[in-house]
Design a protein around this ligand. Sequence first.
Ligand SMILES: NC(=O)c1ccc[n+]([C@@H]2O[C@H](COP(=O)([O-])OP(=O)(O)OC[C@H]3O[C@@H](n4cnc5c(N)ncnc54)[C@H](OP(=O)(O)O)[C@@H]3O)[C@@H](O)[C@H]2O)c1
Length: 207
Amino acid sequence: MKIAIIGTGNVGGALAKGWSKKGHEILLGVRDPNQFKGKELLQLPSVTAHPIAEATKLADVVVLSTPAKEVIQVTKSLGDTTGKVIIDTMNSIQRSPEQTERSTTEIILNHTNTKDVVKCFNTTGANHLTNPVFGDQVLDLFVAGDSTRGKTIAKHLALDLGFAECYDVGGNDRFSLMEEFALFWINLAMFQKQGRDIGFKLLKRNH
Ligand SMILES: NC(=O)c1ccc[n+]([C@@H]2O[C@H](COP(=O)([O-])OP(=O)(O)OC[C@H]3O[C@@H](n4cnc5c(N)ncnc54)[C@H](OP(=O)(O)O)[C@@H]3O)[C@@H](O)[C@H]2O)c1
């Protein structure tokens, strides 16, 4: 798959590493191709850097992993997204009072022309995206959105990273729930001092 990653820091960098290893073509969408966080990613197989609109144009899937406060500007910088799937990994930790949307994903939908926008990869620490294995347990991921196509691709990409399962938590009306779930992780990890080596798994009893 051709995957553009916009935001090449902790999350975008980890996703690039994991998917490059699985044989995907990674197009890093950056503001300055000569200087950006994660420039060392260019040493990985099939990883190249491009201006953001060019990376978007060349890709089938566009992953957004910039700070949430940049979401409008970043979404506009993608250019024409017709026919693309957008996967939003962002969490708005602090929302500005004038913001009416309840998640970054709703903001993306309001500023782009594809409806295939889903939220995924936001509910665990970036440190687990390249290694979701905890002893004999493997973390799960979660995806939300109205786009069946987007959810199928996000799930496929989650399993490629080694996650055990990627559960469908519902449609666009679950975007804010996904951010709340991420804040639950942040609360436990940071404020309740459990540390970043924690993650979520759905347990099921077999009858
Ligand atoms: N860190 C985590 O554990 C974690 C887990 C789940 C979700 N998230 C969410 O994922 C997102 C990214 O977090 P992160 O920790 O990966 O951040 P980060 O390490 O600070 O990386 C941010 C990236 O965004 C780029 N960027 C910033 N403003 C931009 C703009 N206007 N246009 C294009 N690119 C821009 C930066 O590019 P430059 O190199 O040019 O500065 C950098 O590559 C956040 O929304 C966060 O809430 C984080």
